[in-house]
Write a protein that binds this ligand. Structure first.
Ligand code: DQA
Length: 142
């Protein structure tokens, strides 16, 4: 089984950006967690991070025929990007949305998730652990 983990803008700044909201773990810590999860579950996990909306759309399109599942944290593009929603719908790969923070308890402008409309599950507010939960959920349904 092959799972692609996609992270949007500023997720590479984990550990530096707003630690009161996103915690003190770094992006490198997230990559380590994904490696550990892949080993423990005997699957392949590839990851991609970009600050650019079009690059995220390209990566979702390129996942077609390659990956069995997608875990996606579109970050700020969650709340604005119909292009990412359309890309997820276009490829039809089972996808789980992850947010490190509990966006349901944050500003009004974060209350809409376009990408989430194409995802079978949303995990929010569980920190980096949410990514592991998203992967194990995909394993359970695939
Ligand atoms: C985020 C929540 C988004 O609202 C925000 O723009 C992010 C990170 C999260 O993981 O909690 O950059 O997706």
């Amino acid at each position: 089984m092959k799972i692609l983990v996609i992270n949007g803008p500023n997720i590479n700044m984990l550990g530096i950006r707003e630690p009161g909201i996103y915690g003190s773990n770094s992006f490198a810590d997230l990559l380590t967690l994904l490696d550990e999860t892949a080993k423990a579950e005997h699957i392949t996990i590839d990851q991609y991070q970009s600050n650019h909306e079009g690059c995220l759309v390209d990566k979702i399109q390129q996942a077609l025929g390659v990956y069995d599942g997608i875990v996606i944290n579109p970050a700020a593009y969650t709340h604005t990007s119909i292009a990412i929603l359309d890309a997820l719908k276009a490829v039809g790969i089972p996808a789980v949305e992850v947010h490190i923070s509990d966006v349901s308890q944050r500003e009004d402008f974060r209350q809409i998730s376009y990408a989430g409309m194409a995802c079978c599950k949303t995990i929010m507010g569980h920190g980096l652990e949410g990514y592991r939960e998203a992967v194990t959920h995909l394993i359970s349904i695939l």
